[in-house]
Design a protein around this ligand. Structure first.
Ligand SMILES: Cc1ncc(COP(=O)(O)O)c(C=O)c1O
Length: 472
């Protein structure tokens, strides 16, 4: 029985696999040498591999369009990128090059959309789905967008009172609206029905009493989002069918209704053994909608998705050096990395999200079970279980080794920057790491550049109100 880290991975999973391989004993990510990036930029750094975003969008579109054609489905598929997942310009810009539509969640999102319009990255024809809680400011901007000529915007009402607030700002204009159905959560959830959306049994009455008689309102869309993910489970299909039935009942009395929006929730690979049949799930979604609509004699709706994590998750990674190893008792060895895990991959700490964790070098060394610790002084700043193993294995190394052990958390491209507040105040004042972006030029060659350097002392102290000049 061999004991190297490489053997462990090779015996446990298919390796190499999509996105991960070894070159000269160093890990590559989508064919990019991480050794090269580490030598060029030093650690820690976050990286975003933009071509993966385009690939994900194309894959989803191809699979939906194939299922639509194969089943002679009459509606169209619309891929919306949900900006809250990652707002960086290079990310949203890459998605827009694929001609995506956008989903917004708050007032500032509309300012972001306006900037993208100014730069010509989107047009007034882009479909904008306005989700989230509608504060007065957000509603006002949505109404003004309509006035400015963004003709394909749909405001999805999250609750009944939003309608009154919308009508009070609308003046004489008309507007496209959607209704969000609240889902019942999975049984292990901390609550039963989601706070987001309108209760399913109130939607039809709400439409009849408050929407149908108002000529200014065109109901276009029924929206629902199962936040635990689109899975081939009884629970998912139960919520899906509930939404589909409401769509059909509404469609019978509302001719303008023509779209069903499945929200987000497409999963991504968070361990090397991940298997998910995207093609099967998409086919089932299309076939189920088609069958239910034909049985009831209503037209098949356009299908919208707002995949966030699926679009950008697998494009991101964060690379650390191990600064130190500490044997704290006979069984527990700690590898201390050069930033904070709580600050950089906050979902791992807050909702116990798992990411793919791999060493970059020393794959030929023996492996050992470790706990990974960040350099904040918070006891929760650690990572020590993977999705399949409930434990973490990494190569052993000698403290006298010239080259440190480098490791990476992969598929971290979604939500981590917005939740950690990239570039803001950080736990223990540990700065936001450098961000490196990787793209391909027109000839298909890789290009890499620093989007943001590591956060500076001045920057952080400025946020905190210490606007003094620092002496050398
Ligand atoms: C309304 C809505 N749509 C889409 C998404 C994206 O979900 P995901 O990143 O799981 O695809 C979210 C996430 O919170 C959401 O609230």
């Amino acid at each position: 029985m061999k004991n190297s880290y490489f053997d462990l991975i090779e015996q446990s999973y298919y390796f190499p696999q999509e996105g991960f391989d070894l070159r000269d004993d160093y890990l590559t990510f989508h064919g990019i040498s991480l050794e090269y990036l580490i030598k060029k930029y030093g650690t820690p750094f976050k990286l975003t591999y933009l071509p993966k975003i385009s690939d994900q969008i194309r894959k989803s579109r191809n699979l939906f369009n194939r299922a639509i054609n194969a089943n002679n489905y009459k509606g169209k598929y619309h891929f919306c990128y949900c900006t809250k997942c990652c707002h960086f310009h290079h990310v949203v810009g890459t998605a827009l090059k694929e001609k995506v539509q956008l989903e917004t969640s708050s007032s500032f999102d509309l300012d972001l959309v306006e900037k993208l319009h100014e730069t010509g990255e989107l047009t007034k024809d882009t479909i904008l789905i306005h989700n989230g809680y509608k504060t007065p400011d957000y509603i006002e901007k949505i109404v003004n967008f309509k006035k400015k000529g963004f003709k394909n915007s749909i405001i999805v009402l999250d609750n009944r009172s939003e309608l009154n607030r919308l009508l009070s700002k609308l003046g004489k204009d008309s507007i496209n609206i959607g209704l969000r159905m609240a889902i019942d959560e999975e049984s292990q959830s901390a609550y039963y029905t989601s706070r987001l959306g309108i209760r399913p049994n109130e939607i039809l009455t709400f439409y009849k009493e408050n929407v149908s008689k108002n000529k200014q309102l065109n109901l276009k869309m029924l929206h629902f989002f199962v936040d635990s993910g689109i899975k081939d489970s009884l629970y998912y299909w139960g919520e899906f069918k509930k939404a589909l039935n409401i769509y059909i009942e509404l469609k019978k009395i509302c001719p303008s209704l023509n779209s069903i929006n499945l929200g987000g929730g497409f999963p991504i690979r968070n361990h090397l053994g991940f298997e998910y049949d995207y093609e099967y799930m998409i086919k089932e979604i299309v076939v189920n909608i088609k069958e239910a609509c034909s049985n009831e004699g209503v037209d098949e709706p356009d299908i919208y998705t707002e995949f966030g994590k699926y679009t950008v998750g697998e494009s991101g990674a964060i690379i650390f050096s191990v600064l130190d190893q500490k044997q704290q008792n006979d069984a527990e060895l700690w590898y201390i990395v050069d930033n904070s895990l709580m600050n950089t991959i906050p979902d791992a700490w807050s909702i116990h999200e798992k990411f793919i964790l791999l060493p970059i070098n020393k794959w030929k060394n023996d492996y050992t079970r470790v706990n990974i610790g960040g350099i904040s002084c918070d006891h929760s700043d650690y990572y020590n279980s993977e999705d399949l193993n409930q434990q973490v294995f990494l190569p052993k190394y000698a403290p006298t080794d010239k080259e440190p052990l480098y490791l990476g958390f992969f598929h971290t491209g979604a939500y981590q920057d917005s939740i950690s507040g990239y570039g803001g105040i950080k736990h223990c004042l540990i700065p936001s790491p450098k961000q490196v972006v990787i793209d391909r030029d027109k000839k298909g060659n890789y290009i890499d550049y620093v989007f943001r350097n590591e956060q500076s002392v001045e920057d952080m102290l400025h946020i905190l109100g210490y606007d003094c000049k620092l002496t050398e």
